[in-house]
Design a binder for this molecule. Structure first.
Ligand code: IDP
Ligand code: MG
Length: 194
């Protein structure tokens, strides 16, 4: 590739990233209006971290799992495919450090790529956990992700934060600020949030 063509390609990339930055920045500014509207109505805006676990990615269920959260109305504010390293896995599951299944849980979560998502919405913690289903797939309700696609507790497809506090902490563990677009203004928001 000629030097001139390379320079012009680089200029295009820079222009494209400037455009997308401006776009997201503007979207985020508009978004604070919709967040305010939700708070004014007395609804609680929550953030949850979802992990599409290695078994779900390997089984080609990533799209189906994302679809369920999207269709529910939860807003995706961050999403990426990544390989979790041991340190992050141990931090994420620190509360289970003393449990006998901790070593196998860490091995499972670092064994293959995962898709992580930060979602926002009214009662996002409870809504996402209901969509995921009970920890033990054999006890999970049909219609939930684990109830529809899982059999064993050690291959239970998805993670969802269990409290408002952990939702914020876990999202911050997996995403840096530049990767999140909190509360961007989605056109259908007024048809999802009262
Ligand atoms: P949760 O994912 O439904 O919030 P937790 O009790 O927080 O369930 O457990 C975290 C993860 O640890 C589970 O999703 C599952 O992958 C694994 N796990 C929990 N209990 C067991 C067990 O008894 N044996 C093997 N793995 C377990
Ligand atoms: Mg948990």
């Amino acid at each position: 590739m000629s030097q001139r063509r390379l320079t012009s390609n680089l200029a295009n990339v820079t222009e494209a990233s400037r455009w997308s930055y401006t776009f997201f920045e503007r979207a985020c500014i508009i978004s604070s209006q919709s967040q305010n509207r939700m708070r004014q109505k007395g609804n609680l805006l929550e953030r949850t971290l979802i992990i599409v676990k290695p078994d779900a990615v390997q089984r080609g269920l990533t799209g189906e799992i994302i679809r369920r959260f999207e269709a529910r109305g939860l807003k995706i504010i961050g999403m990426k495919l990544m390989q979790v390293d041991r340190a992050l896995a141990e931090r994420h599951y620190d509360v289970h450090r003393e449990r006998p299944f901790f070593p196998s849980l860490v091995e499972y979560i670092i064994s293959a790529p995962v898709v992580v998502m930060a979602l926002e919405g009214t009662d996002a913690i409870a809504a996402a956990r209901a969509t995921i289903g009970a920890t033990k797939p054999s006890e999970a309700a049909p219609g939930s992700i684990r109830g529809d696609y899982g059999l064993e507790i050690g291959r239970n497809l998805a993670h969802g934060s269990d409290s408002v506090e952990n939702g914020k902490l876990e999202a911050a563990n997996f995403f840096n600020a530049a990767e999140l677009c909190g509360g961007w203004a989605r056109d259908v928001d007024r048809w999802v949030f009262e």
